[in-house]
Structure formats: C-alpha cells, structure tokens
Design a protein around this ligand. Structure first.
Ligand SMILES: Cc1ncc(COP(=O)(O)O)c(C=O)c1O
Ligand SMILES: N[C@@H](CCCC[NH3+])C(=O)O
Length: 401
C-alpha cells in the first residue's frame, strides 16, 4: 500500500495532507538567500491558515501577514509573536483596526488616505501610536492571471506614489501615527524576477526621498507572489530574486520583509480524493470523484492546473478524461482532458500542489462538510483538523430554528 493509500484509509477522503518537512525546506531556502540582510519572513496566512501550520511557522521563526482580525487572532493563538504580525487589506473595519492596535502588532499596512484617517482617529481614541506602513501600487504588470494581479492602477490595491508621499508626510506630523514601513505586493504566482525588480526599484527610490524628508522607514516589505511549478512553468531562482531586491536597496539600512504564501505551502500539500464512478456518455469519459469544487476551487475559479496521479496504477494504459466532482455546477472539475488509466470505485487520486489556497478557499456549498487535514512530519502523520460532521455544518442555523 502506498503512503497516500494508507492515509486515505486511516483518515478517509476527501483529505488534505501537508508535508511539514517541505515547509521547513522552503522556509530555510528563502531565509538563506536573504541572509546578507536583516530580514523577516511573514507567512501570508490566507494561503493556509491551519493552526498547526501557523504553529510550525512560529517554530521556524516566521511572522505572519494577515488580512483580517480573524487571521491576526489565529496567528497570535498559534504562537506567532505580536512583533512579527502585519495586518494588510483594503477594507479594514473600525473594530478590526482597534483590536489590531490593542494587540500591539508590528504594523498595519495601509491602502488608502481614508483608511489612514480612520487609523489615526482610532489610535488617538486609544491613546496609542499606530505603527503603519503604506502599500504603494507601482503600476507594474506581474504577468499572472488577472484575478491574482494586484499591482496595476486598475486594481483596487494600494496607493500611487504621489498619494503615498502625501500620506507619509501627514503620518510623520501626526501624534498618533508612526510611519515605519513601505510595502508593495504586485500579485501572486509570479514566475519572473523582473516585475519584482522593477517594483523594488520604484519603492527604493521613494524610500530615498522619504529618508531625505527625515521620515525614518525601518521595514521594506516586498510582499508575496513567488510562484511555484504547477505544470511546466518557469519558477523563480530565489538567489536572483533576492539579489534584485538587494541591488534596488543598495546601502539603505532597512529590514527586508517578505510575505510569501504559496511559495511556503503550495508544494507541501496534496488533496486526496477517491473515485466514485467512471461515466462514459458517448462523447466523453468522466471520472467522478468524492472531492469537489467546494473543497479545492482553484481549477474552477482560475482554470488552474493541478497535476493528478492515480495511486498504484503506474504503467497502466491511459486515455483522456475530465475529473469532476459531485457538485451541481458544470464548473465543478479538477482537470479537463487529462490522461488517466482506467479507474474503478475506490481508486485513489492525488491532486498535487494543493497546500496553498486549497482548504482556506473551501466552503460548505451543497451542504458538503469541510474535509479533514493531516500533517506529515519526520515520517509520522497526525490529524490537524477533523472532518466536519453534518451537525457541525448546520449547528449555527439549528440554534436559530
Ligand atoms: C498583501 C499580500 N501579501 C502576501 C500575499 C501572498 O501572496 P502569495 O501567496 O502569492 O505569496 C498576498 C496574496 O496575494 C497579499 O495580498
Ligand atoms: N487565491 C489565489 C491567490 C490569491 C492571492 C491573494 N491576493 C490562488 O489560489 O491562486
């Protein structure tokens, strides 16, 4: 029996499995290329927010980049020190700002002048000084899927350079704001160094202007976005990536902050799903599995490719099929027109590179229970989130019936 078959038998399917040793390797590789400078790697919690994953990140020395107060609380609960937590996002509510300030996290990444005013008012009310960073939108094309491109003027994120300057000057003169950081995040699944290099150069120039105005920026935050290999795409040479940022920074004395999500956890994850039926309708071969778009939505939402392997069928003859789930949407598929061997009820399929934006984007659509998550570490496996029951799914409504 293969390792994945044994896990499927022990924990049931559908199932997410994450190899924590892979996370450790990826983290160490990034830390290594940054070692010539002071750096802080803040894992983007949205990619995989399981508490045990965050606890592992804390153990590695990572901080967290969060986009809601819920994520901030998750990070704190999992043991990430408050001075390593960043709060980003275009739409922070007053109560979220207040709680973040009360928790005294490292900084809030601000995305508009309007947001800065709210933070200033709330900080003043609490009698604290809010450490802030400003997300600058450098209008650089990251050459990725339009839904995950964030650094162009047509995107809702960040502010342009002129607005950023005005905001920094205002913040410097405010008694309730302390401008400590500068930030960009131009998109996700970026597979070329050049967009990062261009963005880093634009922001490093702005940083020099700010230093000349005696605005003492301590953190240079290059966001996330490092792509992984789902199919045959190029991946970023980490050394070249780091060097391009170093050369943009020159002799500037700042701590480099990086917010990788997908890079740290994408490759560590596998989604296990079992075959229910094979169906041939005269035109097409469908492999119907027990997992669905509510469990892993990336193929449906971005036409994303995830490699799929049939366990224990190596060498068998293959034919073209679509791998689809039980949800009542034609968009419910994991792959279209891929080659797989003939499959039977209970055969296991392994969907690869599923550690990032997999479980975190899952839902209860069609009243399907969210699946269990399992960690692999040092050759051992352990449950890190139990499968939801029907009772879990209806509990909040049942209480109101
Ligand atoms: C502000 C910010 N930082 C970091 C990330 C993580 O991105 P990725 O998973 O591509 O590294 C995101 C998501 O795109 C983000 O919006
Ligand atoms: N959810 C996207 C990434 C979005 C990044 C968040 N800004 C994906 O699965 O590829």
């Amino acid at each position: 029996m293969t390792k994945f078959s044994a896990l499927a038998q022990k924990y049931g399917t559908p199932l997410y499995v994450y190899n924590f040793d892979t996370i450790t390797q990826k983290f160490s590789a990034l830390k290594e290329v940054f070692k010539a400078r002071k750096s802080l790697i803040c894992f983007a919690v949205k990619a995989n927010s399981n508490l045990s994953v965050l606890h592992h990140m804390a153990h590695l020395g990572a901080g967290c980049d969060c986009v809601s107060i819920g994520e901030v609380k998750r990070a704190l609960f999992a043991g990430i020190p408050k001075y390593k937590i960043i709060f980003s996002g275009v739409g922070k509510r007053d109560d979220e700002i207040e709680e973040a300030l009360r928790n005294d996290i490292l900084m809030l990444n601000l995305e508009s002048e309007e947001e800065m005013k709210r933070v200033e008012i709330i900080a003043e009310k609490l009698g604290v000084v809010a450490r802030i960073s400003i997300r600058v939108n450098p209008n650089i094309d990251p050459k990725t899927h339009p839904y995950i491109s964030t650094g162009l003027h047509e995107n809702k994120f960040g502010v342009d350079i002129e607005s950023a300057k005005r905001m920094y000057i205002h913040a410097k003169n405010s008694l309730s704001l302390d401008p400590v950081g500068i930030h960009f995040h131009i998109g996700s699944q970026i597979t070329e160094v050049n967009p990062f290099k261009e963005a880093a150069e634009v922001l490093a120039n702005l940083l020099r202007n700010l230093k000349a105005l005696k605005i003492d920026i301590k953190f240079f935050d290059v966001g996330g976005g490092i792509g992984i290999q789902y199919k045959e795409e190029e991946t970023i040479a980490l050394y070249e990536y780091a060097q391009s940022i170093f050369s943009a920074l020159g002799g500037l004395d700042v701590t480099l902050v990086c917010e990788p999500g997908r890079y740290l956890v994408g490759d560590c994850g596998y989604f296990l799903t079992k075959v229910l039926y094979e169906k041939h309708n005269g035109f097409k071969r469908f492999v119907i599995v027990d997992g669905a778009m509510n469990d892993l939505i990336r193929p449906s939402l971005y036409q994303a490719y995830h490699a799929i392997e049939a366990e224990g069928k190596e060498g068998a003859e293959k034919s073209v099929c679509d791998v689809v789930g039980p949800v009542c949407e034609s968009g419910d598929f994991f792959a279209k027109n891929i080659e797989l061997p003939a499959l039977e009820h209970d055969d296991l399929l392994v969907v690869k590179s599923a550690g990032a934006y997999g479980f975190t984007m899952s839902s209860n659509y069609n009243t399907r229970s969210r699946v269990a998550e399992v960690a692999l570490q040092n050759g051992e496996d352990r449950l890190i989130r139990r499968r939801e029951t029907f009772e879990d799914v209806i509990a909040l409504e049942k209480a109101c019936l």
